[in-house]
Ligand binder design. Sequence first.
Ligand code: GRF
Length: 197
Amino acid sequence: MYRLAVLVSGNGSNLQAILDACAADELAAEVAVVVSNLPDAYAIERAVAADVPTVVVERLPGEDRAAYDARLVQAVAPFSPDLVVLAGWMRILTPVFVGTFDVINLHPALPGELPGTHAIERAWQEALAGQRFGSGVMVHRVVDAGVDDGPVLASEAVAIRLDDTFDTFAQRIHHTERRLLVGVVGELATAAQGAPT
Ligand code: GRF
């Protein structure tokens, strides 16, 4: 079975989408471990409820990115993931980590747009100012320390409708995120399992 390590920092709704798709046999993969950098991330409860092992790797005082990433590698490696999925993971990763594993990231905006946190809120503010008419979602490979940047695996535009509120727009973004993420993981799993060994 194609093994996933899912890295989280918060609510974990995208993790839940992956767990649900695995449980429903819609995804030919299993979540081998869920790793959080924050001990109180709700995503950990979701993993526990699904009987998935969890690991918390908190940053130590004064620890630099490379040293943190080396400990993260040590935490993830024993689970031998075929793919590491950043699903609401809120730390920049260096080549120490992304050079070790195949890593993908989910970003609630289109390629090249709105990198960093609060992308949905920023898209909404720009729309209110008449500067944009939509946003979108992308899933990309993470190959360096660039923020929300890397070879795009899938992207989909999400329009802002005249009758949207921030909440209805954000809901459509989140719905699109879950569908795109599960779809990409499924494609990578199928490609890997179909590949000759
Ligand atoms: C998602 O919008 C993700 O794209 C962004 O943070 C949010 C995480 O949501 N990076 P969740 O923790 O999966 O519910």
